[in-house]
Design a protein around this ligand. Structure first.
Ligand code: GLV
Length: 315
């Protein structure tokens, strides 16, 4: 049966998210059945799948699927599914709550790096009084790579508290509040300026391994790195080599090639690495549910989605 209108099954499948999602979705969609396990559905009844890191192949059994709604900003995990249904429209979320939490995280760690908290912490571990003179934020240039919704919000907030903020993106953006560098041609100049580099790029074939030994050889001496994009943007050995050589002074990492980061991974005990468990930000029912409701309405009516994803460019 091809369902239309206001009934059918909504599959919510997520490996890490706010636990209240299924209940909130069921409240928002009283005439639909909300399920969290594919085995609890009649596959032909599933009209919408709301997913975050699902097992490859899961979606192909849903013959009447009208919408793949990714429960987050980054959609790269979809491309590792060789059986991703090609005809079903995909949307990602632009959640003001996620943007706000991400902006806080980038401010928090930019300030910590600017005020040299890692160096103060290691001095404390040696019972050493190491006076580091506090400097104004204008002396620190924070360069954001990736000027989507998240990157723009972070750039504006950093500039708002007095940092010298700049940005880099693949293509030209309009109405940028900070100085912007574009494409491969501007990358060297961007790297020469940034004291702190913040990675907020989507993971695509063009950005995977972008932060390699060649990239790191061109950064300012003693620059710091914050990765809140995706782990695979960085070549791990190149990062460790740059930290050990003192080329980079510190790295704050929230995302990793393998998550959870394996207990034996060299990053855990590296004195110049700060690790957080991919919790810089997350999608919230309170601020994102409305967008999902609207996209399910649009998908069942055959209308264009909010924040559609273009599989050809990968985000
Ligand atoms: C989290 O990593 C997201 O892409 O929303």
């Amino acid at each position: 049966v091809r369902r239309s209108g206001q009934s059918g099954t909504i599959l919510f499948y997520s490996e890490a998210s706010d636990p209240s999602w299924p209940t909130e979705l069921q409240k928002a969609f009283p005439t639909f059945a909300v399920r969290t396990r594919p085995e609890d559905t009649d596959p032909t009844d599933v009209v919408a799948a709301i997913v975050w890191k699902y097992p490859a192949g899961m979606l192909q059994q849903f013959a009447n699927l009208r919408l793949i709604q990714v429960l987050g900003a980054g959609v790269d995990h979809l491309w590792s599914d060789p059986c991703l249904p090609k005809h079903v429209p995909i949307a990602r979320l632009v959640d003001p709550g996620l943007t706000a939490r991400m902006t806080e995280y980038v401010l928090l760690h930019s300030l910590a790096l600017h005020r040299r908290l890692p160096e103060l912490r290691s001095a404390q571990c040696k019972n050493t009084w190491r006076y580091l003179h506090p400097r104004p934020p204008a002396d620190t240039c924070v360069g954001i790579m990736g000027l989507g919704v998240l990157g723009r919000s972070c750039a504006a907030a950093l500039a708002g508290i007095g940092f010298n903020a700049i940005g880099w993106s693949r293509s030209r953006k309009s109405n940028m509040a900070v100085q912007t560098y574009i494409g491969a041609a501007d990358l060297d100049e961007f790297k020469r300026r940034a004291d702190i580099i913040v990675l907020l790029l989507p993971l695509t074939s063009a950005t995977e391994n972008l932060i390699d030994s060649h990239f790191l050889a061109g950064v300012r001496d003693g620059a710091a790195l914050i990765n809140v994009g995706r782990g695979a943007l960085i070549v791990e050995n190149a990062l460790i080599a740059a930290l050990d050589a003192g080329r980079l002074r510190h790295a704050v990492l929230d995302v990793f090639r393998t998550e959870p980061l394996p207990a034996e991974h060299a990053f855990w005990s590296h004195p110049k690495i700060t690790i957080t468990p991919h919790n810089s930000s997350a999608t919230n029912p309170a601020t994102a549910l409305g967008q999902i409701v609207e996209n399910i309405r649009r998908a069942t009516a055959g209308e264009k989605l909010l924040h559609p994803v273009d599989p050809l460019i990968g985000y």
